[in-house]
Design a protein around this ligand. Structure first.
Ligand code: WT7
Length: 656
């Protein structure tokens, strides 16, 4: 972290003005691309290593191993490093419970709690390389448990606390986690979500789990099975244990995090330690211009990659003060978030376009009730931000003082890849553009054959060089790793996104190019939803597409054919929607569902998604008469007719 400087942001705001990237940024980026190893060698020295690396990068396509031979510990970077300095008394986490309860953890408190937790894991026989599942609400014990795993070299896999028992089973089945950590419950809109009960439902199908650690949060009665379930003792007497952080190899896995892809089963994205920590450390400085006095709040759930990198590993490795909020954004009232900003004097605020659009609907009177003059930088992540939402955010949250960093990245990239970098230099922003790649990041927009496109042309976003935050692998599925990311454009990483670079060199991220949906910023595979729907006994076939939505960016449109002789009904619709909620999670509930005679498929059985999309969005079907895979013009026409396509949704035979 740099020395304390007075924030001066005004110079970095010049929206809509045509300005090339600053000289300082341009030089840094050029140097980093010309000699990446020298560049990353320098950056990596900003962390504390127990052993320095022998090679900066070992690239055996498609595997990149960074800082080979080096040893370090991620928990040491985030905790121990600070307790040896004045930061021991600095706030690490301001926790705000949904019910108004608060806790403040200094770095030295965090140190104690992490050691205590690590000790408990060790006492349950968890050792280096073992997987530990974390199914916790947004309470301090979640980052504490992650750091405790990292401390002993165990690999955490965080399961979003909105997920169902079935989703827990899938992830635990895949990783064979030995221990799961949960709480009695979590609070959401004033109600208790019974997390331990959900874990109890999952456990009979999770034979790998030997022990369950339970954190007390909501206090209701739960079932504790003798010998298997253990309370995390809140009694910190005798907690002055010290657990030595294990210096792990740079590419030792830090965590596995599941995300949706183009097939039914979510992929376990594996991130390593050295490359991931270095990349996040420097990116956090460049993008958020973090300072000692900053109070930083990222509203994501720790269950997603944004929470992993931008709530835990990047900020804590800088010794930053982080706000952690447990509950719903609009509970008990629509100004809860603005109240939190005022209460803690938040200076850097990072959220999603969907949230901004939701608040925009409620009107500016809510933020106007609060003094948010502490803010000096805003961020956006997860989906493209439309200029209207951008301006509303800029005006009504940032008071026209704060630049907005629109950060593009993915679970797989580990850290931010394309974003303004006020920590390097002020930069003219263009609302809706994530601007330029970070130093060390080599991205390009290409056509289907991999040729770089001219300014203004839309194509596929690829990454041409390995970067330190890159995923190590797909958990125990190297074939899928190759196939998903490295097969389409040989030698380059395929992001699955559409993008365009304008004449000034600014990047515009235009949404997914593959069969992945982004609903309220959450990533869902169309195949994943279809697989879940056909598990319903009445369903013969299912086809999913996305439809643009003003609030959520995209909503799910589900087409279903029912088995012979089963009549469509609203009750059935509800059952199928409930099943999706159960199997995948509440975000998978379809916005619309239609019963149709058949799902349009090519001869090889591939769903003709463009046909579904055209029907769902009421688009003109003109361009659909070009052949899609093996489908003939005739087949496409027939399919459209069967869906009752008249040029406008919904199809004739379906009630919503
Ligand atoms: C996908 C990755 C890692 C951040 C949280 C989401 C979309 C992400 C932006 C942005 C336009 C964006 C892309 C990407 N996306 N940030 N600033 N502008 N689109 O992580 O769930 O792995 O999703 O989110 O489509 O591929 P994720």
């Amino acid at each position: 972290m740099d020395d304390i400087r007075a924030p001066d942001r005004a110079s970095s705001i010049s929206t809509g003005v045509r300005v090339w990237p600053s000289k300082r940024y341009a030089k840094m980026h050029r140097d980093s691309i010309e000699d990446p190893e020298a560049f990353w060698d320098q950056q990596a020295r900003k962390l504390e290593w127990q052993k320095t690396w022998d090679h900066v990068l070992e690239w055996k396509e498609p595997y990149g191993r960074w800082f080979v031979g080096g040893k370090l510990n991620a928990c040491h970077q985030c905790v121990d490093r600070h307790v040896h300095t004045w930061r021991r008394s600095k706030v690490a986490i301001y926790w705000e419970g949904e019910n108004g309860e608060t806790r403040v953890l200094s770095y030295s408190t965090l140190f104690r709690e992490v050691n205590h937790f690590a000790h408990m894991l060790l006492s349950l026989g968890v050792t280096k390389g073992d997987r530990v599942a974390l199914y916790l609400p947004m309470i301090p014990e979640l980052p504490v448990a992650m750091l405790a795993c990292a401390r002993i070299g165990a690999v955490h896999t965080v399961i979003f606390s909105g997920f169902s028992a079935q989703a827990i089973c899938g992830r635990i089945g895949d990783t064979r986690a030995k221990v799961i950590v949960t709480s009695d419950g979590g609070l959401r809109r004033g109600k208790i979500v019974p997390l331990k009960d959900i874990v109890d439902q999952a456990l009979p199908a999770c034979p790998s789990v030997e022990n369950v650690i339970v954190v007390r949060r909501t206090g209701q009665a739960i079932h504790m099975r003798e010998g298997r379930d253990h309370w995390l003792s809140k009694d910190m007497t005798g907690a002055h244990v010290f657990v030595e952080p294990v210096a792990v190899e740079s590419s030792h896995p830090l965590y596995v995090l599941y995300t949706s892809g183009t097939t039914g089963k979510p992929k376990g994205i594996v991130h390593g330690t050295g490359g991931y920590m270095v990349f996040n450390y420097v990116a956090y400085q460049w993008v958020f211009d973090i300072r000692e006095e900053s109070v930083y709040w990222c509203t994501a759930d720790v269950g997603w990659v944004t929470g992993h990198s931008q709530i835990v590993y990047a900020p804590l490795s800088h010794g930053a003060a982080v706000v952690l909020y447990e509950g719903a954004p609009d509970y008990p009232a629509v100004d809860r978030w603005w109240d939190i900003i005022e209460k803690y004097g938040v200076s850097i605020f990072y959220t999603s376009p969907t949230a901004i659009r939701m608040f925009m609907r409620h009107g500016e009177k809510w933020p106007a009730r609060h003094d948010m003059s502490s803010l000096n930088l805003l961020g956006s992540v997860g989906e493209p931000i439309n200029p209207e939402a951008w301006y509303w955010y800029f005006r009504h949250i940032g008071g026209e003082r704060c630049p907005i960093v629109d950060t593009w990245w993915q679970t797989e990239t580990g850290g931010i890849m394309i974003s303004p970098t006020p920590g390097i230099d002020p930069l003219a922003l263009k609302p809706g553009s994530a601007t330029f790649p970070l130093p060390g990041v080599d991205v390009a927009v290409v056509d289907a054959r991999g040729n770089e496109l001219e300014a203004g042309e839309t194509g596929y976003l690829i990454i041409r060089k390995p970067w330190p935050g890159m995923l190590l692998d797909v958990y125990e599925d190297p074939a899928r790793y190759r196939e998903a990311y490295w097969s389409r454009f040989p030698g380059s990483y395929y992001t699955g996104d559409f993008a365009m670079r304008d004449e000034d060199g600014y990047f515009w991220l235009l949404g997914r190019a593959d069969e992945v949906l982004k609903v309220a910023g959450h990533r869902l595979g169309t195949a994943e939803i279809e697989d879940a729907a056909i598990a319903h006994p009445a369903v013969a076939e299912a086809g999913v597409t996305g439809r643009p939505d003003e609030l959520k960016g995209e909503t799910i449109v589900l087409f279903v054919t029912l088995k012979e002789g089963i009549p469509p009904s609203d009750a059935l619709k509800k059952e199928i929607a409930d099943l999706l909620r159960e199997t995948i999670g509440p975000v998978a509930a379809p916005g619309e569902m239609y019963f149709v005679d058949s799902i349009p498929k090519t001869r090889s059985g591939k769903i003709m998604r463009r046909v579904l999309k055209a029907v769902a969005s009421g688009k003109d079907i003109g361009d659909l008469t070009t052949l899609e895979d093996e489908a003939s013009v005739e087949e496409v026409r027939n399919a459209l007719a069967r869906l009752g396509h008249t040029g406008a949704p919904p199809p004739a035979d379906s009630s919503h």
